[in-house]
Ligand binder design. Sequence first.
Ligand code: MG
Length: 268
Amino acid sequence: MRKVSRAIRLKRLSDLRGIRASGLVSAGVLRMMEEWIRPGVSTAELDRLAEDYIRSHGGVPAFKGYRGFPATICSSVNEEIIHAIPSGRRVLREGDVITIDVGTVLNGYFSDTARTYFVGEGEPPEEVGRLLEGTESALWAGIRRMRTGGRLGEVSAAIEEELARFGLTVIRELTGHGVGFELHEPAPVVYNFGSPDEGPVLEDGLVIAIEPMASLGSGDIIPCSDGWTYKTRDGSLSAHFEHTVGLWQGEPVVLTDPDWEVGWSQDY
Ligand code: MG
């Protein structure tokens, strides 16, 4: 039997630069979606816009064809958590929430990022606002705990703690992952819950997708008959925020955040 390697594949600075370039294209898709997500638009239209954006920036959609996935984005609405396939029949309505998850391959480097949007004018209802704000805040709580010499469990524990602070339920069966040379690298698995003294010790050159998923109800999930979508068993709303994050010179570098100032210079 062939032994499958579970070792973390560390990246060099040149790789981090490549993943950053890829990450900016993925991030550009999410930023563009702010203009297009509104009542009346179909998820297939959003998918076409995303694919055009990535290709016009020299990239290739990383999800399209991945294990047979047919589209550029995953567009998961309301109780759908992840991996929903865009469709011309899925038209957004006022008050929906939609998660756009997107990945790019650029010059062989993979990036992966996601966020959940409220559909419609004005402020979302209180609990929807809490779901979105809390899940995004949990992502950043995890990112802030990344440090060279620390443990991955510190990141996981920080995410769990922050979700609890907002009264949200962790979707425990879905996790983050290593990324960069591939869309999903076998190691490490990035849990959204756990103890700070667990998990691998983090080293410079680590690149992971951190992606808390949470719901307003229970954390139980069910797979849908399309073979891709996961949704909450109780039909409650869910949210998902994700960044591709590297570790360099002891500090996290948020490779899919265009506003993040990367700390490296030509001198390294
Ligand atoms: Mg991911």
